[in-house]
Design a protein around this ligand. Structure first.
Ligand code: AMP
Ligand code: MG
Length: 391
């Protein structure tokens, strides 16, 4: 049995990194950058009016100023500003030479045709200066970053229209168990629908990798061997659920070995997920996750997701917060680190969700986060700060 931290360290050791590919930047959302991005322009590219108003010289604010022209956004100014002169200017337009201030149109009156006067007491310059945000050649984004909607704007602004991103790991998903039927079928006596397979499929999608559902595998050694061999052959990561505990038909670890997998751990001191198997073949990483859907969900979050991100070269660290317990919490055993589904109320307090055990998939749907209960902790009192990890 390994500790949770040791298991994670083993998973993240010798990670096989994905290659990279160029994609149109509009399609790069949630991909992981495989190159640094540099700007080929200054931002702003010129001294830019930040207000609609008049570009002028600060020393002329006390006197009437002659209006030379109107400068719209996208225009280049026709005149430099001299003593006692100004030009009407629109937000985003180039500030003409000689001007050091843009006064707001609301702070002016037309004194006589062609002349305006500043009516306020004082003003800021209202100019966004050339390169104050980014200089040409500057690195604007770093390799390993995941591209979010706000980053798409940066890619657009610097002309990085085909960024180099990490390829997505191909993840094969197998559900083992004679009790399973596909969701489109009515389960007969003793049977249940395969919910794990599709939950994992969705979790892989949400982790921005590429899931491949490979079906239900009966609890039969030869069928399991064939399914695992094929899954290892076709995928960079294989996720199997069920068949890893101590039942008569839990022969998944044995079959993995027969398929050339080196098993790196088979039991972890964590709840849920004690019977989690992890190994590697010459080409792929493989997880045997517990069959219970809540366990499978949580163990994907805690074990699989970090690996997928590491394969894509992303610096993934889950957001962890310390929030106050909303109720007194107590558990009977403290021999394992535990991830408990919790909700967070509108006062920011942590409330464990009603949870009948690891087959209770509704519980996880009511949860916002996992509370991390350290090994050796039996009680957390109301008001005490506790670690939570939103998902
Ligand atoms: P196992 O790990 O195979 O012993 O399964 C543990 C429990 O999880 C059993 O109650 C199974 O019926 C249930 N289970 C296993 N696989 C799935 C699945 N794909 N979808 C939903 N429940 C499952
Ligand atoms: Mg089973």
């Amino acid at each position: 049995m390994v500790l949770f931290e040791e298991a994670l360290e083993i998973i993240l050791q010798d990670v096989r990194r994905m290659g990279s590919e160029r994609v149109p930047f509009e399609e790069a959302l949630f991909r992981v950058l495989a190159e640094d991005i540099h700007s080929d322009v200054d931002m702003p590219p010129f001294d830019k009016a930040a207000m609609d108003g008049y570009a002028c010289r600060r020393q002329d604010l006390h006197r009437p100023m002659q209006v030379l022209e109107v400068i719209a956004a996208g225009d280049t100014p026709g005149h430099a500003i001299g003593e006692g002169q100004c030009s009407k200017i629109m937000t985003g337009a180039m500030v003409p030479d000689g001007a050091d201030t843009v006064i707001m149109v609301e702070h002016t009156v037309e004194e006589q045709p062609g002349f305006i006067r500043f009516t306020a007491g004082n003003t800021t310059p209202n100019i966004a200066y050339q390169a104050e945000d980014v200089k040409t050649g500057q690195r604007v984004w770093q390799k390993g970053m995941q591209i979010l909607p706000q980053h798409i704007a940066i890619l657009a602004a610097v002309g990085a229209t085909r960024p180099l991103v990490a390829r997505k790991p191909r993840v094969g998903i197998l559900s083992t168990g004679d009790e399973l039927v596909e969701p489109g079928h009515q389960p007969g006596p003793g049977k249940i629908r395969n919910s794990n397979g599709f939950q994992l499929h969705a979790q892989v999608l949400a982790a921005h990798a590429e899931p491949h559902y490979m079906g239900i595998v009966p609890d039969d050694e030869e069928a399991t061997r064939q399914a695992i061999a094929r899954a290892l052959d076709e995928n960079e990561v294989v996720l199997l659920t069920g068949g890893v505990s101590a039942g008569d038909y839990d022969f998944v670890p044995k079959i993995m070995r027969q398929c050339g997998v080196e098993i790196l751990f088979q039991k972890v001191a964590v709840k849920p997920g004690r019977p989690t198997v992890f190994g590697r073949s010459s080409s792929s990483a493989i997880f045997g996750l517990p069959g219970n859907p809540v366990s499978s969900f949580i163990n994907f979050e805690t074990f699989v997701k970090p690996l997928l991100y590491a394969m894509m070269g992303a610096g993934y660290s889950p957001l962890e917060m310390r929030l106050p317990m909303g109720v007194d919490f107590r558990r009977k055993k403290g021999d394992r680190l535990e991830f408990l589904p919790v909700s967070i109320d509108n006062k920011g307090q942590v409330i464990p969700v009603q949870y009948h055990g690891s087959a209770h998939i509704h519980a996880i749907c009511l949860a916002h986060a996992l509370m991390i209960i350290p090994k050796g902790t039996f009680e957390i009192s109301k008001g005490e700060l506790t670690h939570v990890r939103p998902f």
